[in-house]
Design a protein around this ligand. Structure first.
Ligand SMILES: Nc1ncnc2c1ncn2[C@@H]1O[C@H](COP(=O)(O)OP(=O)(O)OP(=O)(O)O)[C@@H](O)[C@H]1O
Length: 466
C-alpha cells in the first residue's frame, strides 16, 4: 500500500499523486516541486482544507524526466480537480488499485459492482497520456454501446476539468467508436487528427484496425472492461484475442482488465500469462473477496406459478412503490420467436402500462431494438424523474444509474454471475448506506437454483409472502 503522507514530511520523488482532499498551501507547493517537472499527473481536490493526504507511488522521477528529454518532449503537469467532479474520497478499489496501476504493472481489477473501477482506470490513463502528441495513447474496450457512451462521458468530464495551467495543455480528446455509431464521421476524424483516448466496442474497433484507419503503435494503456463477459461472448472473443496478441503486444502496453466477476480467477491469471494477454508480473487486485456483492443490497424472493408472474410483479410494485427500478426479463427463446410470439419484454411493458398506476414512466431496453430507440430509452432514464426500465441482460453490465433502488428479476438469471451483475445495477453510491432491494420472482422448482446462487455469491435471500 502506498504511503499516506503529511504536509511536513519530506516527500519521495514521485511520478504521480492523487489527492482526494485539498492540501495546505505549503503541502501543495511541496508536492508541485516534486512532480511539476514530470509529464505525469496530479489529481487533487481544491475546496477541502483537510490535511494533505496523498496516494503516492515512488519510482524515481528522474527516469521519466530523462526519457522525455531524450525524446525532446516538453514536460507538463496534468491536473484534475477530482472534488469538482464529485469525487472527494477514494473508494476501496481506487485506494488499492491506483498504486499498482501507477507503478506501470498490468492489473486485473476485480471489485464489486458500483465500486468505482471506471475512475481507477481512467486516472491511470490521464496520468500517462501526453496531449502534445497526436496519437491514440489509450484504448478502452467495452461490451456494449450503452456502457461505451457512459465511459466516454466520464472520460470527457475528466478531460474537461479546468486546471490552473490549461494554457499549457493541449486538450485531451476522447472518441467513442461504438457499434451503431456514424463510422464515416469517425474515419474523417481519425484521418484528420487521432484522438488521445478511444472508447470502443470490439466490432467497430476491428473494422477501423483492419482498414488501417486506427493505429495502435502509440497505445500505452489498454483497458478491457467487463473482461469476463467479453471472453465469454462467442461474438466478441475472437476479435478480443486478436486485439490482445496480434494488433498489439502486451510488452508495449500496460494492460488492465476490469470486472466485478472473474470466475476461476487463478485459471484466468494463468491464461493471461500463458497466452501473453498480459505481462508475467500482472497483479490481481481483488477487493473484498469475501463479499462479492455490495452489503447495502437486500435480497428477497417470491414464489409463484409462471402464469402469476406479471400479477405478482404488480403486487410487488404496488407495495414497494419504487421511484426508479429495473425489471429484468429473460431473452425470448428461438422457439418462441419462430412461433411468432411477442417478446416477453413487450408483453410485460404492455401489461404494466395498462395495470400499473404508479407515477413512474415505463421504458424498454433490449438488444433487438435499433440503436436509436436504445439511446432514446437510456437518455430518458438519465433525465431524472421516476422510471421503470424493463430490460434484458443488455442492461446488466456496467450501466450506472445511481438513482435506482429496486431490481426485479421477473425471470431468474441464468447464472450466479448474471445475478451478481443484475443486482449490481442498484446500490451504486459508494459512500451511501441506503438499502436497496433485489427481488426475484421464481417458480417453486427454481428455489434450489436461487439457493445455489446464494451459496456461490455468499448472500442470504429472504422469502416474501404477498
Ligand atoms: N471516489 C468516488 N467518490 C464518489 N463516487 C464515486 C467515486 N468513484 C466512483 N464513484 C461513483 O460510483 C459509481 C459507480 O462507479 P463505476 O461505474 O465506476 O462502478 P464499477 O466498479 O465500474 O461498477 P460495475 O462493475 O457495475 O461496472 C459511479 O456513479 C461513480 O461516479
Amino acid at each position: 500500500m502506498a504511503p499516506i503522507i503529511s504536509a511536513t514530511q519530506q516527500l519521495p520523488q514521485v511520478s504521480h499523486a492523487v489527492l482526494y482532499s485539498k492540501p495546505t498551501q505549503t503541502g501543495f507547493s511541496l508536492l508541485q516541486s516534486h512532480i511539476s517537472y514530470s509529464n505525469r499527473a496530479l489529481f487533487h481536490s481544491r475546496s477541502n482544507f483537510r490535511p494533505l493526504k496523498a496516494i503516492l507511488n515512488s519510482p524515481s522521477l528522474t527516469k521519466v524526466a530523462d526519457d522525455a528529454k531524450e525524446k525532446g518532449e516538453a514536460l507538463t503537469l496534468r491536473e484534475i480537480c477530482l472534488e469538482e467532479v464529485g469525487y472527494a474520497v477514494p473508494t476501496d478499489v481506487q485506494k488499492q488499485a491506483l498504486p499498482v496501476l501507477f507503478s506501470g504493472r498490468d492489473c486485473i481489477l476485480h471489485a464489486q459492482t458500483g465500486s468505482g473501477k471506471t475512475l481507477a482506470y481512467l486516472l491511470l490513463i490521464f496520468s500517462v497520456v501526453n496531449t502534445q502528441r497526436s496519437a491514440v495513447q489509450a484504448l478502452i474496450v467495452v461490451p456494449t454501446r450503452e456502457l461505451g457512451i457512459q465511459v466516454t462521458k466520464v472520460a470527457r468530464m475528466l478531460a474537461a476539468t479546468p486546471t490552473d495551467n490549461d494554457a499549457e495543455q493541449n486538450s485531451c480528446t476522447v472518441m467513442a467508436l461504438l457499434d451503431g455509431g456514424m463510422l464515416r464521421r469517425h474515419k474523417s476524424w481519425l484521418k484528420a487528427e487521432p484522438p488521445t483516448i478511444v472508447v470502443a466496442t470490439i466490432a467497430s474497433l476491428c473494422q477501423m484496425l483492419e482498414k488501417h484507419l486506427l493505429k495502435l503503435e502509440s497505445m500505452q494503456v489498454l483497458v478491457i472492461d467487463e473482461v469476463d463477459f467479453m471472453f465469454n461472448s462467442s461474438k466478441q472473443v475472437g476479435s478480443l484475442r486478436k486485439l490482445l496478441t496480434s494488433y498489439s503486444s502486451c510488452n508495449s502496453r500496460q494492460t488492465v482488465f476490469a470486472s466485478a466477476s472473474i470466475p476461476q480467477h487463478n485459471r484466468f491469471l494463468y491464461d493471461c500469462i500463458q497466452q501473453k494477454w498480459t505481462k508475467r508480473d500482472v497483479v490481481h487486485v481483488h477487493v473484498n473477496p469475501i463479499e462479492p456483492m455490495p452489503t447495502c443490497l437486500q435480497h428477497r424472493f417470491v414464489i409463484c406459478s409462471k402464469k402469476q408472474r406479471h400479477q405478482t410483479l404488480l403486487s410487488l410494485l404496488q407495495s414497494d412503490a419504487p421511484k426508479s427500478g429495473i425489471i429484468f426479463v429473460g431473452e425470448q427463446s428461438e422457439k418462441s420467436k419462430k412461433a411468432g410470439n411477442a417478446p416477453p419484454t413487450i408483453d410485460l411493458v404492455d401489461f404494466l402500462k395498462t395495470s400499473y398506476g404508479g407515477c413512474s414512466e415505463i421504458l424498454l431496453l433490449e438488444e433487438d431494438m435499433n440503436f436509436n430507440s436504445r439511446a432514446a430509452s437510456l437518455s430518458e432514464v438519465r433525465q431524472g424523474g421516476g422510471y421503470l426500465l424493463v430490460a434484458t441482460d443488455i442492461a446488466a453490465r456496467g450501466v450506472d444509474l445511481p438513482e435506482i433502488t429496486h431490481i426485479y428479476n421477473c425471470d431468474l438469471p441464468r447464472t450466479a454471475v448474471d445475478y451478481l451483475h443484475r443486482a449490481g445495477r442498484t446500490g451504486r453510491k459508494p459512500f451511501s448506506d441506503e438499502k436497496c432491494n433485489v427481488t426475484s420472482i421464481i417458480m417453486p422448482e427454481e428455489r434450489f437454483v436461487l439457493q445455489r446462487y446464494e451459496n456461490e455469491l455468499m448472500f442470504n435471500c429472504e422469502e416474501l409472502f404477498l
